[in-house]
Ligand binder design. Sequence first.
Ligand code: ZN
Length: 392
Amino acid sequence: MEACNAVEREVDKVLSKFGGINEHAERVLQDITGNIESLKKELESAPQEHELTPAQVVILRQAMNKIREAVQRLATDHRDLHSTVSKVGKAIDRNFVSDFASTSREDVFSGTDKVQLLNQVICQHFYRQGMLDIADELAQEAGLKMEEGGKEPFSELNRILDSLKQRDLGPALEWAQSHRESLDAQNSSLEFKLHRLQFIDLIQRGPAGQADAIQYARTHFQQFVHRHEKEIQNLMGMFLYLPHGINSSPYSHLLDPNLWVEIYDVFTRDACSLLGLSVDSPLSVCINAGCTALPALLNIKQVMQQRQVTGIWNGKDELPIEIDLGQESRYHSVFACPILRQQSTESNPPMRLICGHVISRDALNKLSNGNKLKCPYCPVEQNPLDARLIYF
Ligand SMILES: [Zn+2]
């Protein structure tokens, strides 16, 4: 923000200078053209064969000099303006670090395969956001096959989410019913929560909705009694307060509009996990992670350049420093070898010793002596060949 303000100050300077010069130039040019016009008129009104008197020659010469000077002054003003404009560029360079070159690797996106993959991820992101026309266009221009873009699941999800936004539970209920078994298998309460909202909607209509609400509860809540007994009892309690209004009853929390926000999230989460999709768009997760990590990476880059150790960054899967992106961005457990204090990689995976302690393969190789290995922790003696590779 500070950087934006600094640049804006420079831009303001340019704009006010622009205005000033514009006004001044207009006035000067008007003066000059007026001058020329009147001279022209005088010349035209002179009788034929008239020769200029020395005084007239002086007047003409003076006029020409004045014009030349004025034009020169305008040109100088214009040059000044250029330097002010270029100051904006310098302010941008000074305030925004644009050299991200050393924080990324050039080979990451080179090659047709990788470009295709990138297009696919961008395309999926658009489908996910419901921007179907943009995604279709991109898929066509990038030559993606339809199944690569993964259009189908997203267009259905978006349609349902749109109706949920408009408080229409129909499409979501239909979807939940047709996927009931799989939803049950993942212990989802989506269908119950949808029915609950529908029931609350009926009961909110006051005594007039009572019969419908009772009917709805009889038809739909039976199947959920084994898992949601307490909640259903709560819902039934609402009937007691129907004549006096539920707003002033102990059940008023059930009318909270936040329940609609919740159902939106529950649907997205459960449907995505059922379809094997991540809840957040992988593209936005990556970009957010990158933006969060960038300042720290740029700092460490500077330090590394000062100490002339830039080379150690290149070609490694690991960053030179640890960057914490917060709880939300943790997806996989990582194993750091307690001996070498390095994160495990594919070429240096974690190995489980027979005593149960885990160290990295490099550490195992360093510690073993022929077919003997003493666990650095317990210390049980064993054969290094008995160690088993473990996967996270
Ligand atoms: Zn051990």
